[in-house]
Ligand binder design. Structure first.
Ligand SMILES: [Cu+2]
Length: 497
């Protein structure tokens, strides 16, 4: 499938390094370590999983000690594995000196256990939600959703992956050996100072949000995974605060995308490069039967802005450019001694049934706007404390319910912006994308989603139905998943009754 670059960003490419005020320190150009694999915890046994929100010290590169946050880990949290038609009991304990709320991103659970900003866990308190998992197999995640502090807390480490299994995904011939041929790949970017400490400022974030200049995968700046010489499943999560990525392999080998945010696609989609917006997940299967190492590239999409040529020529230019040395990627290195998964992919996977047009009973419009202080002037170092980010003219207000939705009814939501691209996320559901920025939905996005990219050209449209309740005290949220936009107010609340 041809790759066309559709994105337009707020600033011209190449300004990201300037806006962060820093370039990657010399120690970031480091020899690779083994890919860190977050611990896997089994959530299907019923007993509560202890999740301690804590401070930590993590080595993003050998010899560097960075103060971080984590969930029962120094940085990030364990991968929680659960299953359709089971109960997941969580026992969060907040040992920090500030409040934290933790949202289960992609989960179809009621507002009362959704973990939005209304459910902040006070310092030294606990929160023990029971989640009934009713949805099909998917790669989800959990992360800080603390009012006004989501960006900073996620940046410092409060995020983890969640895997939902079901009978269908078990029956398909897919790699499923966690940490061996089924790997979590949490892509983020960070700005470090010379000592290796994380640099973050919501106030100084520019229109693009906070863009780090160094990519980390599962908390490692440069890593290698020794994997079987067969099919490898990667569960990719764009866990960055603000960065859009292009994911591809250095040797341009094709891969198959098998799932997007909310679960398996109808059929695998062959691709050689893929865009990922902040908050998005996708599962891909790549074949390493040839025994050659495969370098996973996580390219900064904004650096392709305004460039002309085929993707292949842009990629060649990019690979020969100096910047690539700043962010070596994860390398998958086949080890022929390991038992390999070689079964061909199934041509048919999930059944995805669209509602009939007559079943869609309501349309809602959402306009995202950036009414930042000076409007057009991009003062890189002046700060943007007064920047207002709005949806339908309103900044997020914890005391205002912006929309009231009826349970079990299909709705069409049309979303666009006054400026640039935004990844829009809706809590408590998965939805289907009918168009993106006025264009037809690409084949690899024609599955269940909870993220849709929109821009200022035309409407993105989703069709959505909510099957769980969300009250005025525990409403759901819809928001931009550029976390600095969210923290600046680009978010709204809605009930389901
Ligand atoms: Cu935004």
């Amino acid at each position: 499938m041809p790759f066309t670059l559709s994105r337009r960003h707020f600033l011209a490419g190449g300004t990201a390094l300037v806006s962060a005020g820093l370039v990657a320190p010399a120690w970031a150009k480091t020899a690779p370590v083994r890919l860190p694999i977050p611990a896997l915890v089994d959530g299907t046994r019923g007993e509560p999983l202890d999740l301690t929100i804590r401070s930590g010290v993590w080595s993003f590169a050998p010899g560097i000690k960075t103060p971080t946050l984590g969930i029962s880990q120094e940085y990030l949290g364990p991968t929680i594995r659960t299953r359709q038609n089971s109960e997941l009991n969580l026992n969060y304990h907040n040992t920090l000196l500030e409040g934290v709320s933790i949202h289960g991103h992609g989960l179809h659970v009621p507002g009362a256990v959704d973990g939005g900003p209304q459910l902040e866990i006070a310092p030294s308190d606990r929160w023990q939600p029971t989640l009934s998992i009713v949805q099909p197999a998917a790669t989800c995640w959990y992360h800080s959703h603390t009012h006004g502090k989501t960006g900073e807390q996620v940046y410092r480490g409060l995020a983890g992956m969640m895997i939902i299994d079901d009978d269908l995904s078990d029956d398909l011939p897919l790699p499923r050996n966690y940490g061996v041929d089924d790997l979590p790949v949490i892509i983020q970017d960070r700005t470090f100072d010379a000592k290796g400490h994380l640099v973050y400022s919501l106030e100084y974030a520019d229109e693009d949000g906070w863009l780090g200049e160094t990519v980390i995968i599962n908390g490692a700046i440069s890593s290698v995974a020794y994997v079987p010489a067969g099919k490898i499943r990667l569960r990719l999560l764009n866990g960055a605060n603000a960065r859009f990525y292009i994911v591809t392999f250095a040797d341009k080998r094709p891969f198959h995308k098998i799932a997007c945010d909310g679960g398996l696609l109808r059929a695998p989609v062959e691709m050689t490069a893929m865009e990922m917006a902040p908050g998005e997940r996708c599962e891909i299967v790549v074949d390493l039967a040839d025994g050659a190492p495969a370098g996973l590239l996580t390219l900064f999409e904004d650096e392709f802005d305004g460039q002309e040529g085929t993707f292949s020529s842009l990629l060649d230019r990019f690979l020969s450019s100096r910047q690539t040395a700043l962010r070596p990627s994860l390398t998958l290195t086949p080890d022929k001694a390991l038992p390999a998964h070689t079964a061909p992919l199934s041509k048919r996977m999930a059944e995805i049934v669209h509602p009939k047009p007559s079943e869609i009973v309501r349309t809602r419009d959402f306009m995202l706007a950036m009414n930042g202080g000076d409007g057009g002037g991009h003062d890189q170092h002046g700060g943007h404390g007064a920047m207002n980010m709005t949806i339908n003219g309103a900044v997020m207000d914890m005391n205002v319910i912006n929309e009231e939705v009826k349970r079990g009814e299909w709705e069409r939501w049309r979303i666009r912006s006054d400026q640039g691209e935004h990844p829009f996320h809706v809590h408590g559901c998965s939805f289907l994308i009918e168009q993106m920025g006025g264009a037809p939905t690409p084949p690899d996005q024609q599955g269940w989603k909870d993220m849709v990219v929109l821009d200022n050209d035309d409407w993105s449209e989703i069709i959505v139905r909510f099957d769980h309740l969300a009250s005025k005290t525990h409403p759901y949220m819809y928001h931009c998943h550029i976390l600095e936009h969210e923290d600046h107010g680009m978010m709204g609340q809605f009930t389901v009754s």
